[in-house]
Design a protein around this ligand. Structure first.
Ligand code: PLP
Length: 360
């Protein structure tokens, strides 16, 4: 068996320890004589898996009592609509456009009501985070929406926007559990787990309870946050297997020292790569220094053919999924929690060799 260093943006690398545990329990989970995949979601065994996952997540993030945690399905993209339908109580919300995912959330909101963009970094191909200290947020906007870490462009909000008293909603998909966050500063956080915490098919919503409407005329049952919040994520069949794996990853993070330790490790890993990019004469980072993501690191040589050669040769060396997103080009290394420091070291060493071989 040969494991590679997998730099995919998502679905992405998971801790090897967790994968092994899942393999060990595949045919017989905790003496039940069946796999978690085969088990009723109404069984007490699964209820415990779900309760433990939520409890560990709450403890990791320090989620206050007055917030609900919901495990849901439909893709993080469905939450773009769900958020607007549930939180834009007067049909108005404002958005900061920092890349494709923010734009998609904004476009969904426009289908459903009155959404306005209050800042954008489209002028420089989303290579920075706009100044959010004095945004023209409408007084009657229900919330301000951000995509806090931009998976494709490799930017992250260096600080949260000044919301001027408005509720803050954040898509944290590609930074979820990568560092400590103060949940109380948000009205709602949502994340697809396939970037940093689990297999595709689960999304997590953390929402302040008073923001969940009791009644939402005209909104389908499955799209009301109230439905899953009241049913403890068991209104219908959840992604049982996905939640089980997430629970294991939460435990792994806890054992590894929690979010503070994750944040430190991730900052060190990212620094290895950024320091090299800043001194390299071949590779460079297209992202404004202060807005750089710790999770997704795009880089370019400026020469398409050389970029393609790099991606191909890296893959032969066991460093895979480094091709950049088509809207940025070049390369992108996603270095999520489960990417060991050794993987980033191997990447930097490979880049150094490549640079020596290809520098004019
Ligand atoms: C991947 C991603 C999404 C989309 O997730 P799906 O589950 O594929 O719908 C949304 N937002 C961000 C920030 C992402 O990285």
């Amino acid at each position: 068996m040969a494991r590679v260093y997998n730099f995919s943006a998502g679905p992405a690398v998971l801790p090897e320890e967790v994968l092994r545990e899942c393999a060990d329990e595949m045919l017989d989970y905790a003496g039940c004589g069946m796999s978690v995949m085969e088990m009723s979601h109404r069984s007490s065994v699964f209820q415990k898996i779900l309760d433990d996952a939520e409890a560990t997540l709450r403890s990791l993030m320090g989620i206050p009592e007055n917030y609900k945690v919901i495990f849901t399905q439909g893709g993080d993209s469905l939450l773009f609509s769900t958020v607007f339908m549930n939180l834009a109580t007067n049909g108005k919300a404002d958005y900061v456009i920092t890349g494709n995912w923010a734009k998609k959330a904004f476009q969904e909101a426009q289908i459903l009501g009155d959404a306005q963009a209050v800042a954008s970094s489209a002028d420089k191909n989303f290579s920075y985070i706009p100044d959010c200290s004095d945004l023209p947020i409408r007084d009657d906007a229900s919330y301000l929406y951000i995509c806090e870490n931009n998976t494709i462009y490799g930017t992250k909000f260096p600080e949260l926007p000044n919301t001027k008293g408005h509720v803050l909603v954040a898509d944290q998909s590609s930074m979820f559990l990568s560092e400590p966050v103060d949940v109380s500063r948000y009205g709602l956080i949502h994340a697809g787990v396939q970037k940093n915490v689990g297999p595709a098919g689960v999304q997590i919503v953390i929402v302040r309870e008073d923001l969940i409407p009791e009644d939402l005329p005209g909104v389908p049952t499955m799209l009301r946050l109230r439905t899953q919040a009241d049913a403890g994520s068991l209104y219908n069949t959840p992604n049982c297997w996905g939640i089980y794996v997430c629970g294991k990853v939460f435990k792994w993070i806890e054992k590894s020292g929690g979010l503070a330790a994750m944040g430190e490790r991730n900052a060190e890993k990212a620094a290895l790569l950024y320091d090299f990019l800043d001194e390299s004469e071949l590779f460079s980072s297209p992202v404004e220094r202060r807005d750089r993501s710790l999770m997704n690191v795009p880089f370019v040589t400026g020469d398409k053919d050389l970029d393609a050669a790099f991606v191909a040769e890296a893959a032969e060396a066991g460093l895979v999924s480094l091709k950049g997103h088509r809207s940025v080009g070049g390369m992108r290394a996603s270095i999520y929690n489960a990417m060991p420091r050794a993987g980033v070291e191997a990447l930097v060493a490979f880049m150094k060799d490549f640079e020596l071989a290809h520098r004019a």
